[in-house]
Design a protein around this ligand. Structure first.
Ligand code: SF4
Length: 301
């Protein structure tokens, strides 16, 4: 081998060693963040906690849909609003959802951000009709997924079925009706839908419930502001913005550490983001104690 070739081979091998070391450090940091997460304490702050108050799977998946759909904005405010909607509906959500006038009456006057009571009522009534027709919302979603083999198409078809069954699609120019159950084929990361899928599909672990007959390998990470920031800061993606593409890239990176269950890191990472209030810059005070600091781009030498 000539000297220039020998030098190039050495440089390539040093680069490979650096990449392998970074990969190992990234996995170690992610596993550590997961291991250190105070799951019970954090679950109590998370909208998924509402789903755990119910025991009937039919109620659980309807409550999950409602809670995920209302999960935007300030976490304290959105938890109060989810609680208010559920209090109005009473303890047997599926049974009440069989009676559209009763749902409308109970939710009359409800408001959260752009949503009004009639948007939540149409969501619940439509979801209940799809649930009854298929046996469960999970079976309906699994059927769409096995038909198309594509998460986005399956979710789009599932969303359209609920929107149509509840009449949300009859108000195309109404912001609340459009936003409460968004079309994933329009390009956003549809964080709230991905959150619902994670809760329903990932194996039961005290947070997620493992109710739907779908492999967790099919999931994409819900990209909220915390995951978007952390995903970029630790090099899981170079993209900015909560788009479907960003969700795909972050999930593809996490698949390197667990191909069967890549989204298992989401809960702990998201709650780390909430607690840390990440400044996305080298800030010794605010970065103190951050579990991903060893692999954060702002702290790499
Ligand atoms: S080390 Fe600091 S900048 Fe980096 S992810 Fe953590 S909080 Fe954010």
């Amino acid at each position: 081998m000539t000297a220039p070739r020998r030098n190039a081979a050495r440089a390539a091998s040093r680069a490979d060693a650096r990449a392998a070391a970074r990969e190992a450090a990234l996995k170690a940091a992610l596993d550590e963040v997961r291991a250190r997460c105070a799951v019970e304490e954090r679950r109590a702050q998370d909208p998924v906690s509402f789903v755990h108050r119910y025991t009937d799977p039919a109620d659980q998946e309807l409550v999950a849909l409602l809670a995920a759909s209302l999960a935007f904005g300030n976490v304290k405010a959105l938890r109060a609003k989810i609680g208010e909607a559920l209090d109005r509906l009473g303890p047997e959500i599926a049974r009440v959802a069989d009676d559209p006038p009763a749902v409308s009456a109970r939710l009359r006057g409800f408001r959260h951000r752009v949503y009004q009571g009639r948007d939540v009522a149409a969501l619940l009534v439509g979801a209940r009709r799809v649930q009854r027709a298929a046996g469960s919302l999970g079976v309906a979603f699994a059927a769409e997924l096995s038909r198309s083999g594509d998460l986005r198409q399956a979710l789009g078809a599932w969303v359209r079925a609920i929107r149509s069954a509840g009449g949300l699609d009859r108000r195309p120019n109404d912001r609340g009706a459009a936003h409460i159950l968004p079309d994933p084929e329009k390009g956003s990361a549809t964080k709230r839908l991905m959150l619902l899928l994670r809760w329903m599909i990932r194996p039961a672990d005290g947070v997620d419930l493992g109710l739907w007959p779908v492999s967790p390998a099919a999931l994409l990470i819900p990209v909220d502001t915390h995951i978007e920031k952390l995903g970029y800061n630790i090099g899981l993606t170079d993209r900015r913005g909560a788009t479907w593409k960003t969700a795909e890239e972050i999930t593809a990176a996490l698949r390197r550490f667990d191909a069967a269950d890549p989204v298992k890191y989401d809960f702990a990472l998201c709650h780390l983001g909430m607690l840390q209030q990440c400044p996305s810059e080298r800030d010794p005070a605010r970065c103190e104690g951050c579990g991903v600091k060893p692999v954060c781009r702002y702290w790499e030498e």
